[in-house]
Write a protein that binds this ligand. Structure first.
Ligand code: SF4
Length: 407
């Protein structure tokens, strides 16, 4: 039971250009962006105006313990614009002592002065979208930055972390990008651990509709790592990162002790969160709501929110509602897995129904338990690492089938 969301996500949709694998809600502004004065500044200022309005429109404001500024490319904003955003939350919602305030940064769009400016604005955790250290792989994925940019950013972040100016930082990589064979991936991982980021996110490449990669695949012009290579890549991720002291606390996330992302845990553990900005999804009271992805529509929606009534998903319902299948799916992503008995109890089923449903779920999972993909620890069920985590989809699909059957 969670009465008030304690976390907020803020979407900054601007990017220089769209990367070849990306289908996010972004506004490509070209290469010569200047967020406060030059080209692009009008679009950015106008967006911030509506974003502020949306942030202020919420009636049930309560102090936040995590803020995550993501995108897009938030580091296109200047430090003063980031500072203004944080002040807006501080003055209107309040910030808990020790709140985690994360900002995504892109190696091609910030320098060391900006970094100190962002820290001065209140950011205490950074997430660096490195994706790879290999120039050919980066160019082939449509990224603007080069290995040298990633290395520079890593040393600045490491320096600020080592000197206690920030609480943590994360380095994000994409696994199985085109040209990233076993050797290239191992190189990426080794370079990553050399900078000892306290947190590492490893996302698997997904081919999304409408992207350049999708078109190239249709034309037979994109060569992705083979299934064997992809499996070997995953194995080496586990081997290299665990050998370097990292633990896999979620399917795509590794960290050194004490550096789990507090904000992301909110999504996975089923707590509520606010979200602001074009195309972003919030779930303050359990029901999810995604804002329009197109600027004109988003602005219209904000005006409507302010002048008329808030969307029903944004109004305090006093309880957090989430379907059982979603709770299991999210919980299973985490190393600790889920306490099935506890989740079943929350369903308020009669004893007989409880037992029948439990038996049928265990039947679905029998073969995964026998093959060791799934582990039972008392009432708790968790994916084994690495095998269960790699094949989590199969286990989750069987759970969704079970859920459909009993409903
Ligand atoms: S920088 Fe990130 S958000 Fe922007 S287009 Fe590239 S992948 Fe998408």
């Amino acid at each position: 039971m969670n009465k008030f969301p304690r976390s907020a996500y803020i979407h900054i949709p601007f990017c220089h250009r769209r990367c070849f694998y990306c289908d996010f809600a972004v506004i490509p502004l070209g290469n010569k962006i200047e967020s406060s004065q030059g080209y692009g500044s009008k679009t950015i200022k106008e967006y911030l105006h509506f974003l502020y309005k949306e942030i202020l429109s919420i009636k049930h404001k309560s102090p936040l313990s995590t803020i995550y500024i993501g995108g897009g490319t938030p580091s296109i904003l200047c430090p003063q614009q980031i500072k203004d955003l944080i002040i807006l939350f501080k003055e209107n919602y309040g910030l808990d002592y020790g709140a985690e305030i994360t900002m995504e940064v892109d190696p091609a769009s910030f320098n060391q002065d900006d970094l100190y400016g962002f820290i001065n604005a209140g950011i205490n955790r950074f997430s660096l979208g490195a994706q790879s250290f290999n120039n050919q792989i980066l160019q082939n994925a449509g990224r603007r930055h080069l290995r040298e940019d990633v290395e520079k950013c890593c040393s600045w972040l490491k320096k600020t972390y080592d000197s206690g100016l920030i609480k943590s930082w994360s380095l994000d990589l994409i696994q199985n990008l085109p040209l990233s064979g076993f050797r290239e991936w191992q190189e990426d991982l080794k370079k990553t651990v050399n900078f000892s980021p306290p947190h590492i996110s490893i996302y698997d490449l997904n081919i999304e509709n409408g992207t350049v990669f999708k078109k190239l695949i249709a034309l037979g012009k994109l060569q992705l790592p083979s299934d064997d290579d992809a499996f070997r890549n995953s194995e080496s991720t586990n081997f290299i990162l665990k050998g370097s002291g990292y633990s896999r606390y979620e399917i795509s996330n590794y960290c050194l002790p004490g550096h789990q992302s507090r904000h992301n845990r909110v999504y996975w553990t089923g707590l509520g969160w606010w979200s602001f900005g074009q195309g972003s999804t919030s779930s303050p009271w359990g029901e999810k709501f995604t804002r329009p992805r197109i600027s004109k529509e988003y602005k219209k929606w904000v005006i409507n929110q302010c002048e008329n009534s808030l969307d029903s998903s944004l109004v305090n319902k006093g309880f957090l509602y989430r379907e059982l299948d979603e709770k299991i799916m999210l919980g299973m992503r985490l190393r600790e897995g889920v306490d099935i008995y506890k989740l079943f109890e929350e369903q308020k089923w009669e004893k007989k129904e409880f037992e029948i449903n439990l038996r049928s779920l265990l039947k679905e999972w029998e073969m995964y338990l026998e093959s060791g993909l799934l582990v039972r620890n008392g009432n708790r069920f968790l994916l084994s690492d690495p095998k269960g985590m790699e094949l989590s989809n199969q286990i989750l699909i069987s759970m969704f089938k079970w859920w459909d059957k009993i409903n």
